[in-house]
Design a binder for this molecule. Structure first.
Ligand code: ZN
Length: 519
């Protein structure tokens, strides 16, 4: 608290030399300030242009606009390190580019290009915001998947040494254009074809330039190498690549690995104790979002896409093998009652309910539905104990993994507050704020954001602690959160009195590569 007070008094007294109190553009008065560091206190925030001028109790400023924050929490705008809003940010629809579902939760910065999906042309990605204004700030990863597809295609083989050099050059160039680091999604083909050594060789290029290795790990469940070995691999890539390793949306997915959170935490904390920088992010939902085919149909039967799958469904010679594979995936995901269809004819019914309605067993019901379409499903596959265990660790930050058909787009930060802070006390409010702002900014090198203090960018959320909550549900995933009163993005009011203003004040954030690492 001492540091905040000193800074505020210094700013106030210097300016006090002019006749009368100094003037700022905006004054947020009388809120409880969680600055992203230190203990909370009662006070004001003064904003001039796009920056915070002062933070402290009873600031002596006059202002063009005074916001009464009585009874409210004032915090740094939240930073979401794992999203899939890249397409929305470049959409032709200016209202979509505001990312309203994020603003109405107080999220002012999102990372894009996760899971290995980032465009290697990071310069282009970051320059788009100039022509098409966006509602929130964004920063980008350079993605392994996109690079491997360009250089090797979809094939299951190792790169030649010339191909490896080309991929390394693409990572280096993405980093020099401002990428946060290298993202991978080793679970997904063709990234899954890469051996650990290949990934290390590319991660090293990001590390030399100050980047982070950000990974949707090879297995979050029991599909291939298993959760524990996949975490070991991510840690090894960080260690051998010489860069921080960050595990995306950490979880123990499915009945085979439920209960493993303590063992996974122990692995990560052992690496941290040895001096390695290993972190993770997490979305606060027990269900993941996918499609019925992706969740149940064995990989061999998906080869060749939907037409080939439909042919296999009609081939009596394959029936037994196919049914066995579906049954195994159902078991892994906890049974037919744990799969909720959220699209199509059977929207808002579990596969179990669909089966009863059709008078079939769950495997036959799944096949009947898939013959007609491939609806989105939410798959309830994590235990609340594992979710809480991961959440308590000081190196786990808040994320959304925002993508369609799942309430995590509109509700992740608000839900984490309502359920895990206000209702279940898994975290304190201060922990929630810091792990949704400063921890994320520090981990990924986001400069001048994530804390409320003089000189930082004015990305600020003002929310009502009695009302802040998600409204989105699995059945109605696009309901906006409630309880956020004001949101500033670079000093501009994006949410005013609980309503979107339509101001698109977001910026592309360019990560600064290590000096001398780009020529
Ligand atoms: Zn992912």
């Amino acid at each position: 608290m001492g540091r905040v007070l000193l800074a505020a008094v210094a700013a106030g007294s210097t300016l006090g030399a002019a006749p009368g109190p100094a003037r700022v553009d905006l004054l947020i008065r009388g809120g409880t300030i969680y600055a992203g560091f230190d203990a909370p206190f009662f006070g004001d925030v003064a904003i001039s242009g796009d920056r915070i001028r002062a933070v402290g109790p009873h600031l002596a400023f006059t202002a063009g606009r005074v916001i009464d924050a009585g009874g409210m929490i004032v915090a740094p705008g939240f930073i979401d390190p794992h999203t899939h809003v890249g397409d929305q940010l470049v959409s032709g629809d200016s209202a979509k580019r505001l990312i309203p579902g994020f603003l109405l939760q107080g999220v002012t910065t999102a990372f894009i290009g996760n899971d290995g999906g980032g465009d290697p042309d990071v310069g282009k990605v970051l320059s788009r915001a100039r022509a098409r204004p966006v509602g929130i700030n964004y920063a980008a990863f350079v993605g392994f998947g996109a690079i491997r597809e360009r250089v090797i295609g979809e094939q299951d083989r190792a790169p030649s040494s010339a191909e490896l050099k080309r991929m390394q050059a693409m990572v280096a160039s993405g980093m020099c254009q401002g990428a946060l680091g290298l993202s991978t999604g080793l679970f997904y083909a063709p990234q899954s074809f890469a051996k650990t050594d290949e990934v290390v060789a590319l991660a090293r290029e990001a590390g030399i330039r100050g980047g982070v290795y950000d990974s949707h790990i090879r297995d979050e469940s029991s599909y291939t190498i298993g959760l524990a070995a996949a975490v070991d691999e991510a840690i090894a890539i960080g260690r051998e690549g010489g860069l921080p390793a960050h595990i995306s949306h950490i979880k123990a997915l499915g009945v085979d690995v439920q209960g493993q959170a303590p063992a996974i935490i122990a692995k990560i904390e052992l690496a941290r104790a040895s001096g390695q920088n290993v972190t993770a992010d997490q979305y606060p939902w027990s269900a993941s979002g996918t499609s019925l085919v992706a969740s149940l149909i064995p990989l061999w039967a998906q080869d060749g896409g939907r037409p080939a799958l439909l042919k296999r469904l009609d081939n009596p010679a394959l029936t037994d093998r196919l049914r066995e594979g579906i049954l195994e995936n159902l078991r892994r995901r906890g049974g037919a009652a744990k799969l909720l269809l959220v699209q199509g004819k059977y929207a808002n019914r579990t596969l179990d309910q669909v089966a009863r309605k059709l008078g079939q067993d769950p495997v036959s019901a799944a096949i009947s539905v898939i013959r007609v379409q491939d609806p989105r499903v939410v798959s309830f596959n994590q235990s609340e104990q594992d979710i809480a265990a991961f959440m308590r660790r000081p190196w786990v930050m808040t994320s959304s993994d925002a993508s369609g058909g799942h309430p995590r787009v509109y509700g992740s930060f608000a839900r984490k507050y309502r359920q895990y802070v206000a209702s279940e006390h898994v975290l304190t409010l201060r922990e929630f704020v810091e792990r949704s702002s400063s921890l994320t900014a520090d981990t990924f090198g986001i400069e001048g954001r994530g804390r409320l203090r003089p000189g930082t960018y004015a990305d600020i959320v003002v929310f009502d602690p009695k009302r802040y909550a998600e409204r989105a549900t699995y059945e109605r995933p696009t309901l906006a959160a409630r309880g956020v009163r004001f949101v500033l993005v670079n000093g501009a009011l994006a949410v005013d009195g609980g309503k979107l203003t339509g101001l698109a004040a977001g910026r592309a954030l360019k990560h600064r590569p290590t000096p001398g690492s780009c020529r």
